[in-house]
Design a protein around this ligand. Structure first.
Ligand code: S3P
Length: 188
């Protein structure tokens, strides 16, 4: 039903999927970027791309392995090159890795492509509880102290995103996605 409504709104306003600006989702590790990107793309009926998954498929190693084995600067270069390629998609929702938006080169690429950027503003304590509970290795956030320092350092840069969203207490996923897609529609 919601998907139908969105399609109707898009057709009435003359916005076609092809004309949609790609959407990038940013935020700290554990803020839920991949999950929200998938749900938003489903709602808007456009493709979803997870930048870390593209890197893993192309490099045969995960971002965590690349950071550990090659160092962060080498990983950032791979990440930027992959983002440059990924941004060629006509429309879609791209979930960035938590550090991708922090690099000015990447923000410039995103800007030049005319993307709409969305920051998932999630309190550190919640991000940390998810990082701790997850099996995924996050070499840049292995201890609470290290992760918190990174969070504080990055926060002002995440704030440069076009749209900031916070999930309200008890807000279900569907309502949260409705709010994000409405905010995104207003900025198209
Ligand atoms: C990173 C976050 C990770 C991954 C890599 C580096 C970061 O992605 O890209 O380990 O610098 O914050 P998630 O944000 O999906 O954990």
């Amino acid at each position: 039903m919601c998907r139908y409504l969105i399609s109707r709104i898009l057709s009435v306003t003359g916005i076609t999927r092809e004309k949609m600006r790609p959407i990038v989702i940013t935020g700290f590790m554990g803020c839920g970027k991949s999950k929200i990107a998938r749900a938003l793309a489903r709602r808007l009926d456009i493709p979803v791309i997870d930048l870390d998954d593209v890197i893993t498929a192309r490099q045969g190693r995960t971002p965590a392995q690349l950071i550990t084995e090659e160092g962060e600067p080498a990983f950032r270069e791979i990440e930027s090159n992959t983002l440059r390629e990924t941004l060629k998609i006509p429309a879609g929702v791209i979930a960035l890795g938590g550090g991708a938006w922090i690099e000015k080169t990447n923000r410039d690429l995103i800007d030049q492509r005319g993307c709409l950027s969305i920051w998932l503003d999630v309190p550190f304590a919640l991000c940390w509880s998810r990082i701790e509970a997850s099996e995924e290795d996050r070499p840049l956030g292995r201890t609470r102290k290290q992760a918190q320092a990174l969070y504080e350092r990055r926060k002002p840069i995440y704030q440069l995103a076009d749209i900031h969203v916070q999930r309200m207490a008890n807000e279900n996923l569907e309502d949260f996605i409705s709010r994000i897609s409405l905010a995104a529609d207003e900025r198209r």
